[in-house]
Design a protein around this ligand. Structure first.
Ligand SMILES: [Fe+2]
Ligand SMILES: [Fe+2]
Length: 297
């Protein structure tokens, strides 16, 4: 998208340019739309639902990885950003837990999938060094940031979807954009930019992407089988349009994924801060104290 502000040039400028804010929000997610909230398409909806299932456990892993290094950060602004990052991811986990409870009700094998991911991440937590966990975190933050950018760039995904689910994903995409460089800056500050750091972060993206899709795809297909949609050609056609065709949510991720392997890569080299201009106006509608949820309570 077109940048409205000049691209940042130094690491501290990048860190300073976007300070994340923890926001306490909640969303109204109708249980009877959990299987088709995205453009009325069960195939695309369950892909997003499968990703939602890994979010709370994944983001707790990111929180621990960043928290481990926070005390080594001396730049007060980056330290503050790391604390805000932790606060935002905690809120995302809480809202996705609410969302996932509805997925569990719909799909009997969804909870087993979540437990499998929890066990996998626990293995990484106990068997790998902290730098590898931070490398995995910045890799998955990159994947999240490019998915978020894809959602924010395509208004049709939002307009054609059930408003509660759509709002939750929109909020999450905005905050993922807002904090997309925080874990990366913690990485650069604590691991440097030398060949070892470059190889470790590059390996992290290959490994994280491979594991992510190797886990997500079989679970996703099992959910579609449960819905009796595996052989629904019309549904797959609509999915193709959303994921790879005209709208191309997944197709648009390919090029930015490769940018990560540039030796001097920084998340804000893709300057999409313009999306954040209306973030507070957007989330005000969903805050616990003054939004429609509170008024409805
Ligand atoms: Fe998040
Ligand atoms: Fe994140």
């Amino acid at each position: 998208m077109t940048a409205k502000k000049p691209a940042p040039t130094s690491r501290s400028a990048k860190t300073l340019s976007v300070m994340p804010t923890r926001r306490d929000v909640t969303f109204d997610l109708p249980a009877d739309r959990v299987h088709d909230w995205a453009s009325g398409n069960v195939h695309f909806t369950h892909l997003m639902n499968t990703m939602s299932l890994v979010i709370p456990v994944g983001e707790r892993f990111f929180i621990d990885a960043v928290r481990y290094y926070r005390d080594q950060v001396t730049d007060p602004e980056l330290k503050k950003a790391a604390t805000a990052f932790i606060g935002q991811e905690a809120m995302h986990g809480r809202e996705h837990d609410e969302y996932n409870a509805k997925v569990f009700e719909r799909l009997p094998n969804a909870e087993r999938f979540e437990k499998r991911i929890t066990a996998l991440l626990r293995w990484f937590q106990t068997r790998t060094p902290p730098s590898m966990r931070l490398s995995g975190t910045i890799a998955l933050e990159h994947l999240t940031a490019i998915m978020a950018d894809g959602l924010l760039q395509e208004p049709r995904l939002k307009e054609q979807s059930e408003p509660g689910y759509s709002a939750l994903w929109h909020w999450h995409a905005l905050e993922e954009t807002e904090h997309k460089a925080v874990a990366f800056d913690v990485w650069t500050t604590t691991q440097g930019t030398g060949p070892r750091a470059y190889l470790e972060r590059s390996f992290g993206l290959v490994l994280a992407t491979t594991i992510f899709w190797a886990e997500v795809i079989p679970a996703y297909l099992s959910f579609l089988r449960h819905e009796g949609k595996l052989t629904d050609i019309k549904g797959w056609r609509a999915f193709y349009r959303l994921a790879f065709g005209e709208i191309g949510f997944l197709r648009k991720m390919v090029r930015p994924w490769f940018d990560y392997f540039r030796p001097g890569f920084h998340p804000w080299h893709h300057d999409n801060r313009a999306f954040l201009e209306d973030i507070d106006a957007f989330v005000d509608q969903y805050t616990r104290t003054q939004g429609p949820m509170a008024r409805a309570a």
